[in-house]
Design a protein around this ligand. Structure first.
Ligand code: EPZ
Length: 418
């Protein structure tokens, strides 16, 4: 990861209102879905982040004509002429695994690098492979993933766990496969529903049943469309937590507050005033914060694993002892050691971290351990009465368009390092 850095001087309560960039975890499967048909798709409010840039590079390698400027991406997938994603970018981002389903749908074959683990865990793809096998795909796993789906057809896909990526892969493969597909135990994240909305606009027959399964009548050709991305719920949650950490008052505008119900109910539990009015969320943290005796991450609509580290940074100064358990990824406490450098009192016990609130955190030289851990360190640095430096901010740029621009717009004193 590149060695970018951020310089942050804390002690200033954040104030004001802010709109949020397009959703990273929704746009990645939607961009991949653009290869499922011919014609030019236009994606507006596309976040200008590294994971998007890498995904577009893979699409160019596949033969797509791609133009990206000021948050609008135009993709002509008429000339996709290979089923192999190539190595560099595909090996760099986890979400490249989504090309598996889309290439099997479009080309009936796929060849991708074996995705490695990453900072937050091993991140296997057994559920992806099991789901695609249930649709007729055959796999040859050697130094690469090779798959053939000459007789791909709709069917019943039972996921052993509500994996976001495996649900998306099953959708991307089945939308062109003739016949009905039912995906049972599908992930419930809003990003899945946004992918379905995009595909419906393109002419696919896809929706969610009352039980939460995804139902697809596959085999119809898809038309090209223009689509505007919705706001990123994890970026919105991150900025709400930054406001709370600095004891400020901030409003997130144009955001469906129900998507952050688990976060907002947790904030109320620790003493934050939260107002949710349709598409605005306002937090006011003008009182001392209480600890939360037990909080665990879980699949949507539970508390999002992607906000676990940012939440931990807030609890470092909450009165009392909090316990946070990470049930989704096995190695997502790498921020703890960095927070301890700032005087945080945290110890981990297996999948749980116990945080004893302290009155103040001290500035330090810090290293971002991963994407959301890096955002958590920004939140921690904003709470000190001095200047911290965070290295390895390339991780943060994978998911946040410009965290410095956004938080300075709310009064933070930050700047990108030299
Ligand atoms: C998506 O990752 C998100 N990434 C993650 O956001 C998010 O944390 C995660 O969903 C959970 O919400 C994108 O959408 C690009 P999973 P994904 O498959 O699809 C295990 C961020 O910070 N598993 O739901 O990889 C897996 O190891 C990123 O924006 C298997 O065992 O998540 C994990 O423990 C981080 N086998 C759990 O399931 C599989 O085949 C959840 O993974 C697949 C997953």
């Amino acid at each position: 990861m590149d060695l970018g850095s951020l310089e942050i001087t804390g002690g200033v309560p954040l104030h004001g209102e802010i709109g949020i960039q397009g959703s990273k975890n929704a746009v990645l499967p939607i961009l991949v879905a653009c290869i499922l048909g011919e014609g030019i798709c236009v994606i507006e409010n596309c976040p200008q982040i590294r994971d998007v840039a890498d995904t577009l590079e893979i699409m160019r390698h596949l033969g797509c004509l791609v133009q990206a400027a000021n948050g609008t991406v135009r993709i002509d997938a008429s000339c996709v002429d290979t089923f192999e994603t190539g190595g560099k970018e595909a090996a760099r981002i986890r979400s490249s695994v989504l090309f598996l389903g889309a290439l099997l749908g479009r080309m009936k074959k796929a060849m991708l690098p074996l995705p490695g683990g990453c900072a937050i865990g091993e991140r296997p793809i057994d559920q992806h492979i099991a789901a695609l096998r249930q649709l007729g795909a055959r796999f040859y796993l050697e130094e690469k993933i090779m798959a053939d789906a000459s007789d791909l057809k709709g069917g019943r896909v039972r996921l052993a766990m509500p994996s976001v990526g495996a649900t998306e892969n099953a959708i991307l493969a089945s939308v062109l496969a003739p016949g009905e597909t039912i995906i049972e135990h599908a992930a419930q994240e809003p990003e899945i529903d946004e992918l379905c909305e995009f595909l419906r606009l393109r002419g696919a027959q896809i929706g969610r049943t009352v039980e939460g399964n995804i139902c697809i009548q596959g085999g119809r050709a898809l038309r090209a469309v223009r689509y505007r991305m919705k706001s990123d719920r994890i970026v919105a949650g991150t900025y709400l937590l930054a406001a709370v950490a600095t004891r400020g008052q901030v409003t997130i505008k144009d955001f469906p507050c129900r998507e952050l119900d688990a976060l907002t109910s947790t904030l109320r539990a620790i003493g934050v005033s939260v107002a949710c009015i349709e598409d605005r969320i306002e937090v006011n943290a003008d009182r001392p914060l209480r600890a939360i005796s037990y909080l665990e991450t879980s699949p949507y609509p539970g508390f999002p694993t992607d906000l676990q580290s940012p939440m931990m940074a807030v609890l470092c100064r909450a009165r009392g002892e909090s316990c946070i358990c990470e049930t989704i990824f096995e190695n997502r406490f790498r921020t703890v050691a960095e927070l301890q450098k700032m005087g945080a009192k945290i110890h981990t016990e297996g999948r749980c971290a116990v945080v004893k609130g302290v009155p103040t955190l001290v500035p330090a030289r810090l290293t971002a351990p991963d994407l959301r851990g890096g955002a958590a360190l920004v939140i921690a640095a904003l709470q000190t009465n001095g200047t911290s430096v965070i290295q390895n901010t390339g991780y943060i740029e994978r998911g946040y368009e410009d965290i410095c621009r956004d938080l300075c717009g709310l009064g933070a004193k930050m700047r990108w390092g030299m």
